[in-house]
Design a protein around this ligand. Structure first.
Ligand code: AMP
Length: 391
């Protein structure tokens, strides 16, 4: 008998893990309701052209990662599994005439996405996204509101130290001149470019800025920055988004390399990271403004903004945090079982030459300079021999 397995890059969510996803879905439902979003459900597949136009033909997502469905006959339309939710939701917004509803139309959807990516830790071929889209509002207040909503989701889920990376990538008024300048810059360094980046240079130069190739880091560091070249309205919009974030008490890191993998973004782009887990695979979510997308898919010019949170990665990040805290607790428990009287905990304080000295019998803990550790331990041990409170 052959041994059947789930396809590479996919996995079964067994009951325990399914419950972790269900918990996140419940948090998402509660929050989005409070922020005035209504649920939508679009098909798992669309005409391939929806993604080619809506995501952009020269993107990894479409060029390399699209799951194409084999056509039944030669005349069959070309279909693809959805790699992200925005293009399908915008297609539905146009198809159902949602432009006539009071704007913005706030929509949310949670479900599986598909990318024919090379599977690795935290990167699957079928993964879940919790997505929100606010269509018909040019911002900037809603840009900050949507970032606030995402952060509340992470916090309710149990991740309260999420870092916001923020950028603006301009619009049709200022981006073309910037793209020309960037192309000229990279042409001047064409010999230093890895082959893949050289191929992309003339087709989608922005992609070079978020290249994963380490050879690009130095070149990107000195590349012209879009945020220094925004037109008046884009600069004003960006400044205002930041002011709104400040007013909400949301700290952020400005990240000039944050152009996002998808073509349709304009102005605000953002990504969320768990601290210490940066790098593209570790983004827990991201999104941005797409003021050109509705028109690109055949609708009236309409602004929009949204984000997608990677639920698989949120579950992984929660598990990692749990392990980190559980580890210490477990170690202390096992030390107590071994009848140890003291534990020396080497933590972040070690950088400052200090350790935590924990008295396992008294349950007390004190910060002790390393140089004093032997003396303190001896004194504390003596007090144990004579009974706590003495010496
Ligand atoms: P993106 O639209 O590529 O920024 O994706 C939004 C979020 O979905 C990312 O920040 C990740 O958390 C998650 N994500 C994207 N691709 C994958 C994947 N292949 N496997 C798991 N999560 C993913």
């Amino acid at each position: 008998m052959p041994t059947f397995r789930a396809p590479r890059g996919t996995r079964d969510l067994l009951p325990a893990e399914r419950a972790a996803f269900r918990r996140l879905e419940t948090i998402a439902t509660d929050l989005t309701e409070r922020y005035g979003y209504r649920e939508i459900e679009t098909p798992l597949f669309e005409q391939t052209a929806v993604f080619e136009r809506g995501v952009g033909a020269v993107t990894d997502v479409v060029e390399k990662e699209l799951f194409l469905l084999a056509p039944r006959t030669e005349e069959s339309e070309s279909w693809a599994l959805r790699p992200e939710p925005t293009a399908g939701i915008v297609r539905a917004y146009i198809q159902h005439g949602m432009q006539t509803l009071p704007q913005p139309v706030k929509l949310t959807m949670t479900g599986p996405m598909f990318r024919y990516d090379r599977p690795q830790a935290g990167r699957y071929r079928q993964f879940w996204q919790f997505d929100v889209e606010a269509i018909g509002d040019p911002g900037p207040a809603i840009d900050a509101e949507i970032i606030d909503l995402a952060l509340r989701f992470y916090r309710d889920a149990g991740l309260d130290r999420i870092e916001v990376h923020l950028n603006s990538i301009g619009d049709a008024a200022c981006r073309p001149a910037y793209i020309e300048e960037l192309t000229t810059y990279f042409r001047g360094h064409v010999d230093e470019l890895p082959q893949l980046e050289r191929d992309r240079l003339e087709r989608n130069v922005l992609r070079l800025l978020d290249s994963k190739d380490p050879a690009m880091a130095a070149l990107n560091a000195t590349a012209p920055r879009i945020t220094d070249r925004l037109c008046g309205p884009c600069a004003e919009h960006f400044a205002s988004v930041k002011a709104h974030l400040d007013a909400l008490g949301i700290g952020h890191v400005e990240d000039a390399g944050l152009v996002r993998g998808l073509d349709y973004y304009t102005r605000t782009t953002f990504e969320f990271y768990a601290p210490g887990r940066e790098g593209q695979q570790q983004a827990l979510g991201g999104g941005g403004r797409y003021d050109g997308l509705i028109e690109l898919l055949g609708g009236r010019p309409t602004p929009g903004i949204g984000f997608g949170v990677g639920l698989d990665r949120v579950v992984l990040a929660l598990a990692a945090e749990d392990v980190a805290t559980r580890k210490l607790g477990k170690q202390l428990e096992s030390a107590a079982r071994d009848h140890a009287h003291f534990a020396v905990i080497l933590g972040d304080e070690l950088a400052g030459g200090q350790v935590q000295l924990r008295d396992l019998e008294a349950g007390s803990q004190q910060l002790v300079p390393l140089v004093d550790l032997a003396r303190k331990l001896a004194a504390a041990a003596k007090s144990h021999r004579h009974g706590v409170g003495e010496g």
